[in-house]
Design a protein around this ligand. Structure first.
Ligand SMILES: NCc1[nH]cc(CCC(=O)O)c1CC(=O)O
Length: 329
């Protein structure tokens, strides 16, 4: 301990520092964790002390399994299971997640304490050497006929195949850098990645084409960082609720309620994207499709931001009612 430093504590309740933060170990996860810590530190002067936080890198099942589609190995929750366990066991005090990798129904005893301001929610195309010049007006036109697209996301696959049935898709996994290098090595003609991840890693220049949310409906929660804590830890919940981004909270409530109401298996391509309109209302676009793109249903709804969860749930139920039942089996 440095001179003058006491066993510093979060004020009022005298909580011992450091606070232990659980995170995955990928460069993107670490960036997001440090970004979060910078925000809390800026907003909570009492935490502006040396060693207020301690990072605990936790390997998840999602990190270990690299060769298969998440949908084939149990899907949602695989990036968070071990982190939830560390939280419930008291090995960490809170955890930082990409909200889109966090299942809609958290284990009992764990709550989503806050969401940070959303980074760009859109997906981007990474082009390999064999592709044509990108045309923003016609985002998929630069992909040669029959080109092999690397993606592990059935949501991206269904939408790109719906627009371009001639393309082929194969699973590409691993972290953002790994995927970029596999496109550069011409293993794939192109790949699709979240612009948010590229930006955070300083790789935005790799995004040859940015797909608007209409051309490629993003995943629920894409671009948003979410923090989980133990439900019983009222002290931390209170601290974290103070840094909640209200717009991110509203859009993520709508998107996650939409996803929850669809109750799709993780093999079901589902996209959900909400934004706040200038008049303060929430506009939510939802998508359900077949992985091969042969069926694709997209619908939008608008409603008061304070009823975000109801808006999402109703749109989810409406899409479910009009989709083939086997998509939800
Ligand atoms: N499933 C992996 C994952 N989880 C979150 C992001 C990007 C960052 C974000 O959405 O906040 C990514 C990479 C990607 O989809 O390209």
């Amino acid at each position: 301990m440095s001179p003058g430093q006491t066993q510093a504590a979060v004020p009022r309740h005298g909580r011992a520092l450091p606070l232990r933060v659980g995170t995955r170990g990928s460069p993107l996860a670490l960036w997001q964790t440090r970004h979060f810590l910078a925000i809390v530190t800026a907003l909570c002067p009492v935490l502006r002390v040396a060693q207020a936080f301690e990072e605990h890198v936790i390997a998840t099942s999602g990190d270990r399994i690299q060769d298969r589609r998440l949908a084939d190995i149990g899907g949602k929750g695989l990036f968070a299971k071990e982190i939830h366990e560390a939280l419930l066991d008291g090995r960490v005090d809170f955890a930082v997640h990409s909200l889109k990798d966090l299942e809609t129904e958290l284990p009992s005893g764990i709550v989503l304490a806050c969401t940070l301001k959303r980074e760009d929610a859109r997906d981007a195309i990474i082009l390999g050497a064999g592709c044509g010049a990108p045309d923003p007006a016609n985002p998929f036109a630069c992909l040669p006929s029959g080109a092999l697209i690397g993606t592990a996301s059935v949501r991206r696959q269904s939408q790109i195949l719906h627009a371009r049935p001639d393309l082929r898709c194969a699973v590409i996994r691993g972290n953002v850098q790994t995927r970029l290098s596999r496109v550069r090595a011409n293993e794939f003609a192109a790949s699709l990645l979240a612009l948010a991840g590229l930006k955070r890693l300083g790789l935005e220049a790799e995004a040859a084409v940015v797909l608007d949310a209409e051309a490629m409906v993003p995943a629920a929660g894409q671009g948003i960082v979410g923090i989980t804590v133990r439900a019983a830890d009222e002290e931390l919940r209170e601290l974290l609720s103070a840094i909640e981004d209200r717009e991110a909270a509203a859009v993520s409530r709508a998107e996650r309620a939409f996803l929850g109401a669809l109750d799709g298996s993780c093999r079901t391509p589902i996209g959900g994207h909400a934004r706040l309109l200038p008049n303060g209302e929430l506009h939510l676009t939802g998508l359900v499709a077949r992985p091969d793109g042969s069926f694709l249903l997209k619908r939008a709804a608008t409603g008061p931001a304070k009823e975000a969860a109801r808006l999402g749930a109703e749109l989810g139920r409406s899409l479910r009612a009009d989709s083939p039942a086997d998509l939800f089996a």
